[in-house]
Design a binder for this molecule. Sequence first.
Ligand SMILES: [Zn+2]
Length: 94
Amino acid sequence: MYVKKIIAINIAPTPKLKRVKGFKLTPSGIEFISRIFSRFNNLIEAAFKSEIKICASCGLKLYKDYHTETIHEKEMNFCCIHCAKVYKESYNKN
Ligand SMILES: [Zn+2]
């Protein structure tokens, strides 16, 4: 009911045209949309940054699927077992 009332008040029937008219954003509309997209982008980036880990060996950014090993009582994240192996070998050399 409420939606029908809003449509009745705000949308007027258009006369039948040969070509259908579209809509386009005004300059302030473009500015508004870019501000909204920017906010969403920042929110998504912040959410991902809290989830991202870094491979201790090669520095690759890791998300969800990564290899974890405890080395010298410290839990460390690696992109793969090979990176973990390289890290352990270089750690033992020093
Ligand atoms: Zn790695």
